[in-house]
Design a protein around this ligand. Sequence first.
Ligand code: FES
Length: 195
Amino acid sequence: MAARPPQRAGWTRRDVFNWVLNIVMGLIALIVAIPVIGALLTPAFAKSAEQWVKLGKASALQQASLAAGSHGVGGVAKTSYTYTAVDHWAKTLVSDYTYTRYIGGDCPFFILSPICTHLGCHVDWVPAENQFHCPCHGSVYTIDGLNVSGPAPLPLGVFRWKLVNGDVYIAIESTQTHAAPRARGGPATPCLKQA
Ligand code: FES
């Protein structure tokens, strides 16, 4: 008859100590891991905050527009801007421009996106025709950005903007939000100045 292995007669004090030690170590690891996991996952689920980007001094924008126009009426001036786009963990330096026009009154700037609403090319301002032309498929927009011919389905987007200590800031994500209402017969130059 084969010999049986020696049976353990219950838990020793060392077994209990190791068991308690493992539980305590596990709890410590959990306490340390929760904030780390939270910090890693938060950007993935956080709703991105609205991003305001400085376009320039209001006085300089006004001057540039008046210089592009005539007889004290503001013309269309190309205004460049740069900002860091944050998409979850990725950061990208973006450079683009707006078509800014000084129109006076309580809402003195009308700031158009240059992005064609057909397939996203940048439109060109053609002063001789007082229109924007898209070089890709020929869409044409009025000075107010309303689409008048070609395949573009919507007017050019308009930036929401605000004045802070003499500087004009634009809300980067705002343009598409306002393209659709303009297509439904709203004012050609809606006031999108934010208090
Ligand atoms: S992208 Fe402008 S007309 Fe097609």
